[in-house]
Write a protein that binds this ligand. Sequence first.
Ligand SMILES: [Zn+2]
Length: 374
Amino acid sequence: MKETKRTPVLPPLLLAPLCALTLFAGSAFGEELKRPNLKIRGIYGGIPYFSEEDKRPLEELGVNAIFLGSGSITAEKVEYVKSQGVKFFAEFNTLHVASYLKDHPDAAPVGTDGSVSPPPHDWQGICPTHDAYRKHRMDAFRDLLVRFPLDGIWLDYHHAHASWERADPEMPDTCFCDRCLSRFTEDTGVYLPEGSVEEKTGLLLGDLNQAWVQWRCDVFTSWVREFRSIIDETRPGTLLGTFHNPWTDSDYEGARLKKLAIDLKAQAHYVDVFSPMPYHARFGHVTDPQWISRQVKWLGDYLGLTGQKGEAKKIWPIVQLSDWGEKVSPDQVVQVLEEGTAPPASGVIIFAWGSLRKQHEKVEQIWPFYRQIR
Ligand SMILES: [Zn+2]
């Protein structure tokens, strides 16, 4: 969940036929698209027109939820948003606070050869069993809840050391630090024979792989359980959400579980809202926005959710309208929103205001869409 200032890689010449195709495919927007179960119309990464002289009320735009990174939240912003009856959600970085490693190098994830695993594409993860790091994040999470009357907190980067927010992910096998290896044995009762690091990691990725994958998933789930208990103690009723990888169990050979250690079914015991991140352009599906609704539909089936009123758990995908690596054409705005609001989604979030705000052609299509479905 990053915003970058990288130049779009799709040449303008290629865009023209794509736009024509999208228009030809037709849009239901003109035909009064109905989304009766869609309750949340969100914006991520900024409050539209908040810093402008001439503020436009969020209600007038059709927006009823704002998602901001926890580091950029102020009492003034919370007050501005909530005074309009709009919900305020924080995004919270769990396992990607790279600066922590400066003073705590022993929290760096370790690779199969026993040495520190370099950050793939500069995405630095942290060892998930480093107790002091975990406490550092739990304290920050509690502090956020104490300071602000938030409607919810969304976990972000809650996965193993990897770079997956792109079409060509890089997901090294980690973390094989001494702490993780002994914790694995302690928790599972599975002993690793004496031998070299390579022998041990070979076993964990070979004969013992099932136990290893499950244990890693359980470690990440235990963080989620702790976040939940902090909410219940500190500010009960606050929603716990998660921005997570949008892949199915078979995408990239099961990497969501096997590499990233994201066990959504187990996390569902503690999470209220799932926000998959089907960034269609970023992930190599710029010509196929329907990929968005297919991934979300898969998640609904997987978790047994239909998006109907009264369900205990919700799915609110976050969809890409800003340019990130791949450009999202203005002609795609409505279709992306249609795909992102289709059941089982009962809310949608737009990524991301920071760079989108300067793209008026796109922005001015969002508000009518949001107003129409409210
Ligand atoms: Zn470790």
